[in-house]
Design a protein around this ligand. Structure first.
Ligand code: ADP
Length: 298
């Protein structure tokens, strides 16, 4: 079915990204609560149509580890993207809440499953793995969103920022600085996964801006420095998993199949982990311990 703007009742704003806002909305004809993402693009109609067509392949993308896609349309120069509403918000919100190892493993395992699904079923890389693109809900599910499914959309957004919190792998940073932004593969997503897992566990981006005098120094540390590690209150098994994801040489990083077979994740899917309880407690904790915003680098 086709979704139209006038079928929505708007609730509150859920967040702001680089290109627009995400709203919680009610789709009145179906009674489904959705998240509506607005992406502002200065493009002509034919390019906007290409984006909508490319996004259409998402109708085939059903996985418990990927946020459901309901449809997309454009009005003037904005693309509107309708997706499943995830009522617990994104992983960055929970970063730094007490994260027991089994919960961290379940979150990590879900991310690996999501990435593997995108690669095997849709033949795409994610390209933007980071805690704000990992969403949770009160049923205890963990799903990925914002992946690079539309080439035209990616190219239109590409102008941006190697921001002050770069989750890009060293080879990608090197490639972009040499003007070859496509010289990377799925293993670059594995790097970003490793950084996101550390951030979830220790509560802040692993190359903290306050440690570097400018963005260049920070990117130099990513490319030439030793990779960060998981805090040592996690097991040697968990440490090893993250260390493998953060190997500097892209071709030596494990594949998704390797990662799922790693002892950190091996019995994860069958283990009884109280994700529902943990998400409820962590949400309560955040009410009294709000997340601080880290000042950005100039
Ligand atoms: P970014 O560009 O930083 O990834 P987005 O524009 O994608 O930001 O999203 C901004 C915020 O909106 C996210 O951090 C998240 O908290 C919220 N959000 C995005 N999508 C959803 C969704 N499907 N359900 C609930 N909240 C969402």
């Amino acid at each position: 079915f086709k979704i139209k703007m006038d079928e929505f009742e708007l609730y509150e704003e859920l967040g702001k990204g680089n290109y627009g806002t995400v709203q919680k909305v009610l789709h009145k004809p179906t009674g489904v609560t959705m998240a509506l993402k607005e992406i502002r693009l200065e493009l002509d109609d034919s390019k906007l149509k290409t984006i909508i067509t490319e996004l259409d392949i998402l109708h085939r993308a059903t996985s418990p580890y990927i946020v459901d896609f309901y449809g997309a349309f454009f009005i003037e120069s904005c693309v509107y993207y309708c997706m499943e509403f995830m009522d617990a918000g994104s992983l960055d919100f929970f970063a730094g809440c007490d994260l027991p190892e089994d919960v961290l493993a379940r979150i990590t395992g879900s991310m690996v499953e999501g990435l593997k699904f995108l690669k095997d079923e849709l033949k795409i890389m994610h390209r933007d793995v980071k805690p704000t693109n990992v969403l949770l809900n009160s049923k205890g599910q963990v799903k990925l969103c914002d992946f690079g499914v539309s080439g035209q959309l990616d190219r239109s957004l590409a102008k941006t920022n190697i921001g002050c919190q770069s989750y890009m792998a060293p080879e990608r940073i090197k490639g972009e600085s040499q003007g070859a932004p496509t010289s990377y593969t799925a293993s670059s997503d594995v790097w970003s996964l490793g950084l996101s897992v550390i951030e979830a566990a220790c509560g802040h981006y692993p190359y903290p801006p306050e440690t570097y005098s400018n963005v260049f120094a920070q990117l130099t540390a990513i490319v030439h420095g030793d990779p960060p590690t998981l805090p040592d209150n996690y097991s040697a098994t968990a440490q090893d998993f993250v260390q493998q994801c953060l190997r500097k040489q892209a071709h030596t990083r494990p594949t998704y199949k390797d990662l799922l077979a790693h002892p950190f994740l091996l019995d994860n899917a069958t283990k009884d982990i109280d994700m529902v309880g943990w998400i409820a407690r962590a949400t309560e904790y955040r009410k009294t311990h709000p997340k601080m915003n880290v000042p950005a680098l100039a």
